[in-house]
Every structure is written in C-alpha cells, then in structure tokens.
Design a protein around this ligand. Sequence first.
Ligand SMILES: Nc1nc2c(ncn2[C@@H]2O[C@H](COP(=O)(O)OP(=O)(O)OP(=O)(O)O)[C@@H](O)[C@H]2O)c(=O)[nH]1
Ligand SMILES: [Mg+2]
Length: 300
Amino acid sequence: MAGKDTRCGVVALAGPPNAGKSTLLNRLVGSKVSIVTHKVQTTRAQIRGIGLDGDCQIVFVDTPGIFAPRRRLERAMVDAAWAGVGDADVSVVLVDAARGADGDVDRIVKGQSAAGRQAVLALNKVDLVRREVLLAQADRLNQTGVFSDIFMISALDGDGVKDLQAHLTSRMPNGPWLYPEDQIADLPLRMLAAEVTREKAFLNLHDELPYALTVETEAWQDFKDGSVRIDQTLTVARDSQKGIVLGKGGQTIKRIRSQAQVDLEADLQRSVHLFIRVKVRSNWAEDPEQYRRWGLRFDV
Ligand SMILES: Nc1nc2c(ncn2[C@@H]2O[C@H](COP(=O)(O)OP(=O)(O)OP(=O)(O)O)[C@@H](O)[C@H]2O)c(=O)[nH]1
Ligand SMILES: [Mg+2]
C-alpha cells in the first residue's frame, strides 16, 4: 500500500533477558515469528515481525535481552539489542513485573538516559503480580524520567496489548509501507526453520548446553508433491555435549527433531522431512561467518 494516507514505522522491543519480548512480538504480529522459551537469552539476533493496524504498518524488531555480557556471542547479542533501539522510531522496554526492576533494568535505564532517549515502558506478566506491587514498580520506574508512557500488559494472555498497540500506531510517521501487505517476517525461511529447531533444543537441554549450540539449515529441497526436505546441522562445542544432545539411543535428538517437525509443518502448511545432523566444532562461537549470517557484529 503506497497511498499518501499510509503510515509506517519501526518499533524496537527491548528489555532484560526473559522479559517476554518475543512473546509480545508474536502477539503483535499475530503469528509465531520469534522463538520463545522459559530460559534466558533465547533470542540471539534482531528478528523482525511485521504488524498491520488499519493504514499503518509497524515493523517490530525483537531484540536479544540486554544484560552484562561476558562471552563474544553475548556481547554481539547485547550490541544488536542496542542497535535495534537506536534505529527505531519508538522503543518499548519490557520489564518482567514478576521479577521487578533489577540490575539489567537499571542498565537499560542508564543507557536510554545517556543517549537522551525516551521509551515506552511495558510492565509485562501482570497476570503473575498483585496490583499494589505493579503500581509500586510503575511508580519507581516512572521516576527515572526515561519513560514517556507506561502500559501494564500480559504478552502471554493479551491483557493490555491492544492499548499498547493503539499507542504505538498513533506514533508512527506517515510514509509508504516497507513490506508487502501479506509479509509477516523478514528472516529467510531457512533461518526461521533453524530457529524452530533451536527452540526445541533449548527446551530439551539443560544447564549450559543451550548456550553451547547453534543450528543452521544446510539444504532445502521442495518436492513436486508439495512436501519439503530440510537438512540442518546442530553444532556443539565438545564431544561430551554431542553425547548429551543425542541422548541414550538417540532419544533426545529424536525428540528435538520430531517437535521441530510438528511446528515446521504447522508453519509451512505442508509435510516436512526434517534431518538433523549433530556436529562438534569447538570454535563455532569464534567464527565471524556465524555472526555475519545472523546480522551480528563480530568485534564488539
Ligand atoms: N505468565 C506470563 N509469562 C510470560 C508472559 N510473557 C512471556 N512469558 C513467558 O516468559 C518466558 C520468556 O518469554 P520470551 O518471550 O522468550 O522472553 P524474551 O524477553 O524474548 O527472552 P530472551 O529472548 O531470552 O531475551 C516464556 O516462558 C514466556 O512464556 C506473560 O505476560 N505472563
Ligand atoms: Mg526473545
């Protein structure tokens, strides 16, 4: 749509790890674009989802959580999050109201303040918190002066999300749409498919393992009967990790594979033959190519 009456803008969703940014992105877009788990640091790169509200197209940018990074990949993730905030027309800072404002929230407030930027605060997970606690948190965060507006929402059940969305729509500038009307994501399908498998790996593996792995789609073959064959590599850093990912008699990787297949078939609306090879590569997190592929900066 490219008439003079259209509006279009970019909204960044930022916040500490696990605040519910990806859950909110999926709700705003109305479809699952970004993977969600109960573990921290699930999202590793900027993931764009495209939402429509009447004549207004909003490009929502889901970002990795902002925390105190140590490893290279973590630094690149936090860098990508701040870059998302810097490039947006409006940024929304999500805070997990059940966890409250902590060091990560303080860091974000300081960053916004240093850049002279205002953000919209979304206190999320209101379904888990008593009203008095919520109001006290809103009051404390309001006093920082970096929030132009405050919304109380549940990204999970949708409570308050309509009001937030209406506010964001009202703040988008006039301009032509950036994407075709029916587009909801801008990540290539093979990368979305790799993310689905990474989500299932996160859910089936524990401790440090989810953070020691990466998933790539190596091949994608469409068949005449409408089905697709997807070949992926799940890379871990050590042999011992490979053993755990495979599980006794291969049962863990089988579970990851079949869960990913179910989601992929639902997303793609066709039957999927999914093959996952588990590979060991000690230095994958030091390979610049990994970063380039996901739009991350290597040296930050
Ligand atoms: N009860 C409740 N849980 C929520 C809500 N929003 C998100 N969650 C849960 O919080 C967890 C983290 O959600 P994500 O959307 O992955 O959080 P994130 O901020 O994207 O996390 P990272 O990508 O790791 O930074 C998941 O288990 C969600 O189901 C909410 O409004 N209420
Ligand atoms: Mg996320």
